[in-house]
Design a protein around this ligand. Structure first.
Ligand SMILES: Nc1ncnc2c1ncn2[C@@H]1O[C@H](COP(=O)(O)OP(=O)(O)OP(=O)(O)O)[C@@H](O)[C@H]1O
Ligand SMILES: [Mg+2]
Length: 265
């Protein structure tokens, strides 16, 4: 952990997550540990149904663990809070009747009662600028492309200056080119502000681009299969050869599951 020698900002320990339905009990994850130091970009990678979204919901405080606990900055997470902001895959996570500016300001008005309107407006303007949407401040969500809506959702989350940003496949619904651009923008934003990120994807390529560490999860119920250091991937000097080798290593890991368990990625 190159950023911080103390205890990690986020320490999720032994998380077993279950859903009770009327007819069954679904175990989504089994004793999963995830840690993130301040300023780290941790990616949860695994096949569909391995419990990635469930883990994010648990860290968000929306899903209590059956076993284990989530510690954030030394406090146990028991409920949602403004120190953990979530960005989802769906484009419709914005309030349709509010402008871009209004969408970014709204949670600040709710969660930061001590802040003046001026201060809130300045924060919103700063993060709108960071995601390149200043010109669209007065537009409504229906006037924006999918990529632009995701930028608003990211700016809204970042303007809260949370301890950790939680992203659940935020670029999965975008076309390939926009997705690539958004990944680069997110890394640029990270270089700018060094936020702590917990990012979910089932794309190996995206995990390597985004992550400084990748937690590979096995299929249903999700268990930690490996934790891989991937920070070199952002370093152009090490570049494509290392990144290809890591991609091959992860593919081999995930495909071995496929044969062991008869389930696909
Ligand atoms: N609300 C729910 N009620 C019952 N079962 C659920 C619920 N949400 C998720 N599950 C089950 O928990 C398991 C993990 O689901 P989860 O959504 O966390 O997986 P995921 O890794 O995010 O998958 P994907 O990549 O498809 O988004 C799955 O078997 C799923 O069917
Ligand atoms: Mg999911």
């Amino acid at each position: 952990m190159p950023f911080d020698a103390g205890p990690p900002l986020l320490a999720a320990e032994g998380l077993t997550l279950q859903y009770k339905t009327r007819t069954s009990l679904v175990t989504a994850t089994w004793r999963v540990d995830v840690a993130a130091g301040r300023g780290e970009r941790v990616v949860l990678l695994g096949p569909s149904g391995c419990g990635k979204s469930s883990l994010l919901k648990c860290v968000g405080g929306f899903l209590p663990p059956v076993e284990g606990r989530v510690m954030l900055a030394g406090r146990e997470v028991t409920a949602p809070g403004p120190d953990r902001m979530m960005v989802f895959q769906e484009f419709d996570q914005l309030l349709p009747w509010k402008t871009v500016r209004g969408n970014i300001e709204f949670p600040l008005i709710q969660a930061r009662p001590g802040w003046s309107r001026r201060h809130i407006a300045d924060k919103a303007a700063l993060y709108m600028d960071k995601v390149g949407l200043s010109k669209f401040a007065e537009s409504h969500p229906h006037q924006l492309s999918g990529g632009m809506k995701q930028r608003v959702a990211i700016a809204r989350a970042m303007a809260m200056e949370p301890e950790i940003l939680l992203m659940d496949e935020p670029f999965a619904s975008l076309d390939a080119l926009t997705r690539r651009r958004m990944q680069e923008e997110l890394l640029q934003l990270w270089l700018d502000t060094r936020f702590t990120l917990l990012f979910v994807t089932h794309s190996i390529e995206e995990a390597i681009i985004i992550g400084s560490r990748i937690v590979v999860l096995s299929p249903h119920p999700g268990r930690v299969k490996a934790v891989l250091d991937s920070d070199f991937a952002a370093d152009d000097a090490l570049g494509p050869t290392h990144s290809q080798a890591l991609q091959d290593e992860i593919s081999a890991m995930l495909f071995s599951d496929r044969f062991e368990n008869g389930s696909g990625i």
